[in-house]
Write a new protein. Structure first.
Lengths: 408, 408
């Protein structure tokens, strides 16, 4: 059986007309001889509306009850899509996460898939039915409904593709694919025809937002090839997979995250265990830290700076003060919000000496000051003034010749 | 464990304020030491809105997919009610029909309960939780979602009350209970404090519409006492149960059904098998026939008249013509729509000679012609001109002293 997996996001299912378009697209592929397994999100705004409704009743509803409520969104869209397919004369069946055999742990609102029993899906596919699955949801050992957290429908699609041995998982969204940069900032940005899983992970984490991190990790782990494409255009989209040839083009894209704050703890004693103590305190407050630098600026006195998401900035500052008190009250805590993280992404980037120097040189020539630097295998990130981030992106996009990238 | 069952209809859950009122009412009873098991309908208009949405996609969606869609209505209301209970600081859990162990056959849209496994409900109740169940729904042996048809949430409540051995099932609705007649037509109509199951069945079938027929039959079968009351008033409501003393008051109420048509097949030969053939044809077209009379008006020629619901009138006439053709084309089919069925209901009514004569005498004095008559153990019904139905109801209500009924 040649199973082909598709996933449709909320905007693709926003109204009756779009539901019919999706149904037509599914049937086209079915007519090409594929066994079709389709995962759908809730319709546009449904989840937000349900959350708003819940909050009017209870400021902090229990995660279990919230999952009971939110899972209705995908159940509605999957059954309506089934009707749209029926209306075109095809055999179809819609399944909830539980019916699809997606078994999770009981961490409501952010459940992890522990096992997939695809027997029902395979049985329906073998009978020639188009199988539609409500994304984002699973079922606990007790039979309770869970949701998989942000981007959960992508996770459902990739996990099911792995479970049924599908080679490809097409992810339909409202953008054309992954670009070398944000087209809103860089008009010359090019659509990338293909990226590796690791490149996609960095591009996604850094704001491209096309695929959830977790779904890309899962796809990499199980070797499921992803194809991100628009439900509203005939653009070729972006394939996410391991390809040797892709390493020829070094820098794949530039990207930016402005939703960060820089926290500095200044004037702490330079003695062993200080950094350990500080970040232990931050972790215990649930603050997730991204980049870290430590400057020894005077004998015996240290400055430690790090970045967090803007949402976490308040808790981070609080945790820092708590830490300073615990070591005797020395030092200061400073918060800076008007910063942005600009990154260049590409496989093998940090093994190539030319890339870092081009990055630093380009920013220097543009008069942009670099506050912090961090590197990974496939990424170099710098923290700069938020007001200069767009210009930095444009200059870097040009400097790495992304305006004229050879599309593979 | 002293389990108390409550059921709330859609109007009781129409908005946030009412949800909180319901939560408060549930908690009050919990505080009286009861283990609370609560069944809820979908919020007002939700089911109708979902059906309308489905019809825009497909004029005749498959019953299975419609059940997938419609069941989200109760799942939403049950989880939101859970949040309302949580917000008042009580332990609560919401369950779908499937989670509640309501196993049905696979007749979608009108499934029958085949088995209830109440283990999960009992476990949650034993842990002191308030258990909320989404009404109207169950699960097939394959794990698919079914709905129980019209009045399905009443059925859920009564079936669960029987399964957990609850003595009482309170049914909260938007009316004060069961009256001796329709208060819109008869201002003197009195609220009945108690009726028997059979009386309730007749009153419900004939238009009181407070409880579904099926739920009353189920309650009778399992000896579950029902208490119908308003979610919006402090009225005492109507109890439905077997009580000897209730037989003292003979006629319990008068009721009317104007949604009927009278069909006459005139001039058919008077020979054996004619009536059998006609009603077999009607049954094969799915037409449900209520009252039947047959007049031998000339030698060898018969008139057969019967009543059907207005919705079925078209199919009934069609079936009659088909039948007439099959016996050689003799006879005529006539349809009359402006008729109404007026009934008096009360246990033992047909064993009391005075009742029928009072009925016929009252209508005669009011100048109302009786077209058809039928009787059952606890009911006498007459078909009269629709334009005279309200007057008939008022006259009969007075004639049987229902204006001053002794409330038990």
């Amino acid at each position: 059986m040649d199973v082909h997996v598709q996933k449709y996001g909320g905007t693709s299912l926003a109204d009756d007309k779009r539901l019919r378009e999706v149904a037509t697209r599914v049937i086209e592929r079915k007519e090409q001889g594929k066994s079709m397994l389709v995962v759908v999100s809730a319709m546009n705004h449904t989840t937000e509306d349900l959350i708003a409704r819940a909050r009017r009743i209870h400021s902090h509803p229990s995660p279990r009850e919230l999952d009971m409520l939110l899972s209705t969104g995908e159940q509605m869209s999957v059954s309506l899509l089934a009707m749209a397919v029926e209306s075109l004369g095809y055999e179809v069946i819609s399944l909830t996460g539980g019916m699809s055999g997606i078994h999770t742990d009981n961490r409501h609102k952010q459940a992890r898939i522990i096992r997939i029993d695809a027997a029902r899906i395979l049985r329906e596919l073998e009978q020639g039915r188009i199988v539609l699955v409500a994304g984002f949801q699973g079922i606990t050992p007790d039979g309770d409904i869970t949701t998989l957290g942000r981007g959960g429908s992508d996770t459902t699609a990739v996990a099911l593709a792995a479970a049924v041995g599908a080679a490809w998982c097409e992810v339909y969204t409202d953008v054309d694919g992954v670009y070398t940069g944000d087209p809103n900032i860089i008009p010359e940005a090019q659509l990338l025809r293909a990226v590796t899983y690791d490149e996609m992970l960095e591009l996604s984490r850094l704001g491209a937002g096309v695929l959830s991190t977790r779904s890309v990790e899962l796809a990499k782990e199980h070797g499921v090839k992803l194809h991100v494409r628009s439900a509203f255009s005939a653009q070729p989209g972006t394939k996410v997979m391991e390809v040797e040839a892709m390493e020829e083009v070094l820098v794949r894209g530039v990207t930016m995250d402005a939703n960060i704050a820089r926290i500095s703890v200044a004037g702490v004693p330079d003695r062993p265990g200080i950094a350990f103590g500080l970040f232990k305190q931050l972790a215990s407050e649930g603050v997730s830290v991204d980049m870290i630098i430590q400057n020894l600026n005077r004998a015996q006195v240290n400055d430690i700076s790090f970045t967090v998401s803007k949402d976490d900035a308040g808790s981070a500052v609080q945790a820092c003060w708590t830490f300073l008190e615990s070591i005797g009250g020395h030092g200061m805590v400073l918060q800076k919000d008007d910063v942005a993280k600009v990154s260049i992404v590409g496989t093998g980037i940090t093994n190539s000496t030319g890339v870092a120097s081009t990055l630093f040189g380009t920013l220097y020539e543009a008069g942009i000051n670099i506050e912090m630097i961090s590197t990974s295998e496939i990424k170099i990130s710098v923290i700069i003034d938020a007001g200069q981030a767009d210009e930095a992106l444009r200059k870097l996009h040009g400097a790495f010749s992304l305006d004229s990238v050879e599309l593979s």
